[in-house]
Design a protein. Structure first.
Length: 129
């Protein structure tokens, strides 16, 4: 799916970088970003696939070769790497739950998990030095 999206963007070789950037963000990154918070805990090889797609999108915007380093491009685009993007989306979801800015059923789940965590921490023996 991502490869098809990138190929359709690549066919516009005479288009400015701004236009390519807009196309990549709307066609590729929006698709990759959808539901990112649900990716928390997936195997690292799947996170790497997501990162590979993001790297290809960044290289496409700047017409970089695959052999060239992509980290400076990601920084220039203000894109987080895949693991940090997943963590960020999860943190935003948690924030929205705590502030009542999302569905009540999600907020209720967060409260239950938080309470369980507090109980587990309180049950741990304390070590005094």
């Amino acid at each position: 799916m991502v490869r098809k999206q990138c190929q359709s963007v690549c066919s516009f070789s005479s288009v400015s970088r701004v236009v390519v950037h807009s196309l990549v963000v709307s066609l590729v990154l929006a698709w990759l970003d959808y539901g990112n918070a649900t990716l928390a805990g997936i195997p690292s090889y799947l996170v790497q696939r997501l990162q590979t797609a993001m790297n290809a999108a960044a290289r496409l915007i700047y017409s970089f070769l695959r052999q060239e380093r992509v980290t400076p491009l990601l920084r220039q685009l203000h894109w987080l790497k895949a693991p940090q993007q997943i963590d960020f989306k999860l943190a935003v979801l948690a924030y929205k739950c705590l502030r009542g800015l999302t569905l009540a059923c999600l907020a209720d789940q967060l409260t239950q998990r938080q309470t369980l965590t507090i109980v587990n921490v309180c049950d741990q023996p304390r070590h005094h030095h």
